[in-house]
Design a protein around this ligand. Structure first.
Ligand SMILES: [Zn+2]
Length: 340
């Protein structure tokens, strides 16, 4: 049997990118969900894959997005929480703000899909001890907000260079994509030492040993230069995961399936010179490479596979495991996917 790999898509909307970028147009909440969702569903159906979609509460709360989001749940994909307001400075929120953010997102998702999420990914990989304790208090099982890489500060510098942010906006986004010390975070899953059961952390996988990203946006960036190099980079990363016994958790974004011909307002993003069709063909190829080597599952299934196992424990706010190993993993962690 092939080893497991989880696959997820952060359903960032047009407005959330404009907001992080400091573009006031975001306030009218422009949406491309009607375009991206059918494309994502077609691609996943053609490869026979079921994945996790992390959804922004603000989108679920707006009627014009209801058909698109409900279609994801109907197709059997797991629905995760990607915050309500998609503010990459969520780690600065007070406990009350975090609770409010979660309550509104869960309410909107439950009303629309009939399920309450058990997994969370913070916008721009934002995470804090407060967020972790609220996740535990609200019965979440896993988090996917860490990105153990050396390139976070480089990605942030690129973002700042291409945006029109003032000093205060830059200050708010000071932790966007994480700091250099995030490269020290564990690459394999562990358990955050919060509450009684803890929260399983499934990091976004970077290449073992090198800590460089290889999720799909990076592969497409490489493919802009040479599709053959992008494929061999991905194959090498996956081989190193197998050698290091790391079950990869691979990330997709809407702009991996949309080209410059689909969304003109986001031309500042890397890779937008490619057409949507070109990107979808490349992504289909990357996912086929992944499926040839690994059994692709949702993040909820990945978390459930770890539930009975002993994982290293990490204290919230720390980047290194403590000497304690987790012993729990009872009935609650047997849950797969969404709560009803
Ligand atoms: Zn996001």
């Amino acid at each position: 049997m092939k080893p497991l790999a989880s696959l997820s898509l952060d359903l960032d909307n047009e407005w959330s990118y404009l907001k992080t970028h400091g573009d006031v147009q975001w306030e009218t909440l422009p949406s491309y969900l009607d375009v991206i969702v059918p494309r994502a569903l077609d691609l996943l159906a053609s490869l026979d894959l079921t994945i996790t979609f992390f959804i922004v509460g603000q989108d679920a709360a707006l009627e014009r997005n209801h058909d698109a989001i409900a279609a994801l749940a109907r197709a059997g994909h797991e629905i995760g929480n990607h915050s309500f307001s998609h503010e990459p400075w969520m780690q600065r929120y007070s406990e009350e703000q975090v609770r409010d953010e979660f309550a509104r997102t869960e309410e909107a998702l439950e009303a629309l899909t009939g399920v309450v999420p058990v997994g969370f990914r913070g916008p721009g990989f934002s995470l804090s001890p407060t967020v972790l304790s609220v996740l535990s208090e609200r019965g979440y099982i896993y988090d996917g907000s860490t990105f153990p890489t050396i390139v976070g500060p480089v990605a942030r510098a690129f973002y700042f260079r291409t945006s029109k942010l003032d000093a205060q906006q830059r200050e708010e986004r000071a932790d966007l994509f994480g700091g250099a010390s995030d490269a020290l975070r564990p690459l394999s899953p562990y358990r955050w030492d919060v509450g009684t059961d803890g929260i399983i952390e499934i990091p976004v996988t970077t290449i073992p040993g090198f800590r460089v990203p290889f999720h799909v946006s990076y592969l497409l960036y490489l493919a802009g230069r040479s599709p053959a190099i992008a494929r061999s980079y991905f194959r090498t990363g996956l081989a190193l995961c197998r050698a290091a016994r790391v079950a990869p958790s691979i990330l997709l974004h809407p702009l991996d399936l949309l080209g410059g011909d689909d969304v003109q307002s986001l031309s500042f993003f890397p890779g937008m010179a490619m057409s949507g069709k070109e990107k979808r063909e490349l992504v289909s190829g990357f996912l086929t490479l992944l499926a040839d080597r690994f059994e692709i599952c949702t993040m909820g299934e990945h978390a459930a596979s770890l539930a009975g196992t002993t994982l290293p424990m990490v204290a919230p706010g720390s980047r290194r495991p403590s000497s304690r190993l987790s012993k729990h993993g009872g009935a609650k962690h047997g849950l797969v996917g969404n709560r009803r």
